[in-house]
Design a protein around this ligand. Structure first.
Ligand code: BTN
Length: 248
């Protein structure tokens, strides 16, 4: 009988590695790439992570039952996190009745809960794109993390991973396809909303008007000044903190 690894690798046309437990799929790929043991593209999927990494040095809780995958890719000018968010939305939408929303820049929400986080890490000539999806709410929920949630619908985990990888590699072959940005904009949670953010040590309030082709968040300040944000945190004007701080 063919192994799942071989079946997936044959289907995708590049190596796929399935592991029960790793510290972090992003870390494993970065280290193997640095030692030149692997080359892009390739995909690592783990059942669980002991040191799942999130943005801004945070951790990403990764118990069994979720999907934790990282792709090693050639470095690209394309906005990888935007592409990844759309690839995950498209895969979830074709496999489930759910319609995820995107919280700029790279978090996916379902029913007001964060169900997916994305972490892109660049290296010299390569990039690692990590995607974590909470498929099922663990017993006891996500204690202390009211914003975290899960898809909680029947899904084939490895098929979902394959479809995400297929959507993503397809987008990278045609990076100027306007449907990617269109799909991102249609799913954006923050458009039209008042947000606060910090820039140059200053707390600012603004209204979100959209996202540009590089994934920058377009905002207009009360005095009419326009700015483009490329990184950092944004908070809804009400002061509600939207970023998913995964349980430690
Ligand atoms: C975030 O929400 O801040 C980003 C979370 C990214 C988690 C994924 S899970 C697979 C990959 N491996 C990691 O260690 N992190 C990413």
């Amino acid at each position: 009988m063919q192994s799942e690894e071989k079946r997936l690798s044959d289907r995708l046309g590049f190596p796929v590695y399935l592991q029960k437990e790793v510290d972090s799929t992003n870390l494993r790929l970065k280290e193997a790439a640095r030692k030149e043991e692997i080359s892009p593209p390739c995909l690592l999927i783990a059942d669980r992570q002991t040191m799942g990494r999130g943005r801004l040095g945070r951790s990403f809780l990764s118990p069994e039952g979720g999907l934790y995958m990282s792709l090693l890719l050639h470095r690209t000018e394309a906005p990888l996190t935007v592409f990844a968010a759309v690839a995950v939305c498209r895969a979830i939408e074709e496999m489930t009745p759910l319609k995820p929303k995107i919280k700029w820049v790279n978090d996916l929400f379902v029913n007001g809960k964060k169900v997916c986080g994305i972490l892109a890490e660049g290296m010299e000539s390569q990039a690692v794109l990590g995607i974590g999806i909470n498929l099922k709410t663990p017993e006891g929920g996500f204690p202390g993390v009211p914003v975290a949630g899960a898809l909680d619908v029947e899904t084939d985990r490895l098929l979902l991973a394959r479809r995400i990888a297929e959507h993503l590699t397809g987008m990278l072959q045609n990076p100027s396809d306007p449907s990617v940005l269109r799909d991102y904009r249609e799913r954006m949670m923050l458009t039209g909303k008042e947000i606060t953010y910090e820039k140059d040590g200053q707390q600012k309030s603004a209204r979100v008007t959209g996202v540009d082709e590089k994934g920058g968040l377009l905002v207009v300040l009360p005095d009419g000044t326009r700015e483009i944000l490329f990184s950092g945190e944004v908070t809804l004007g009400s002061g509600q903190f939207l970023e998913n701080r995964q349980p430690q």
